[in-house]
Design a binder for this molecule. Sequence first.
Ligand SMILES: O=C(CO)[C@H](O)[C@H](O)COP(=O)(O)O
Length: 259
Amino acid sequence: MLKKSVFNFLTSTKSFSKMLSPLESAKQAAAFKAVDKHVQNNYVIGIGSGSTIVYAAERLAERVSKEKLNVVCIPTSFQAKQLIVKHDLRLGSLDTHPTVDVCIDGADEVDVNLDLIKGGGACLLQEKIVASCANNLVIIADYTKDSVKLGDQYKKGIPIEVIPMSYVPIQNKIRNRFGGDVNLRMAVAKAGPVITDNGNFILDWVNFKQSDDWNQVNTFIRMIPGVVETGLFIGMARIVYFGQADGTVKEQIFNARNK
Ligand SMILES: O=C(CO)[C@H](O)[C@H](O)COP(=O)(O)O
C-alpha cells in the first residue's frame, strides 16, 4: 500500500499526475523549458504541430493563467488551432500579427547546424510560413531527433508538399536528379492519399544520399513546378531543446544565425 503522504505528493502537482514514458518525459521536458525560457508578456507566439507541442500548449496555458500573461497564438496547422482553442489561449493570425516574437515547434530530425527535417505530421507549409515570420524559431524535440547529418536518424524521409496534379512528374524529377524513392503518403483511416490542411499531397523522399549542401537540394526541389514547399528547414532554427529520457534537457544554440 502506498503511504497516504507519498500518494498526496505524487498527485499534488500536474506534472506528477500522469506517469510518463521516458520518451514522453523527454518531450515534456523540452517543451516546458522552451515555454519557460522564451515566452514573455505581450508576445505573439507561433504554435507548432505534432506531439511535443501538446506539452508546450499545456505549459503555456498554465503560465498564461497563473501569470496573467497577455499573449496571442498563431497556429501552424488545424491541430495547433485546436490546441489553442482547447486551452483558451488567444487565437490570432498572420493577417493581424504578421510579426511573431517566437515560434515554438517540433522537428523530425535536427543536425549539428540546426538544420531540420519537418513535416512528419504533414503540416510543413504553414509551419514554415509562421517560422519565417518569427524573430526566433525554437525547436523542441526528444533525444531520438538529435542527429549529426540529416538522414542519419529519420528514416521516414523528407516530406514535400505538392499540388495533386503534379505528383508523378515531381516524383520522377527528384528521383532522376538525386536518386532514392519518392513515395506518395497514404492515409491510414481513409482509402487514398493524405490531404494536407491546404488541400495538397505529401511526397516522402526516402533512401536519398546525404548531401553537404542541403540548401542547394532544397532550392532545386522548390523550383520544380507543382512543389509547394519542402520539409527541409535550412538556416531557420536558432535554438533546439532536446529532452532526455531522464527529464533533463540538452540545449543546442546556433549563435551565428542571421535572420
Ligand atoms: O513537423 C511536424 C509536423 O508537420 C512536427 O513538428 C514533427 O513531425 C515532430 O512531431 P513530434 O513532436 O510528434 O515528434
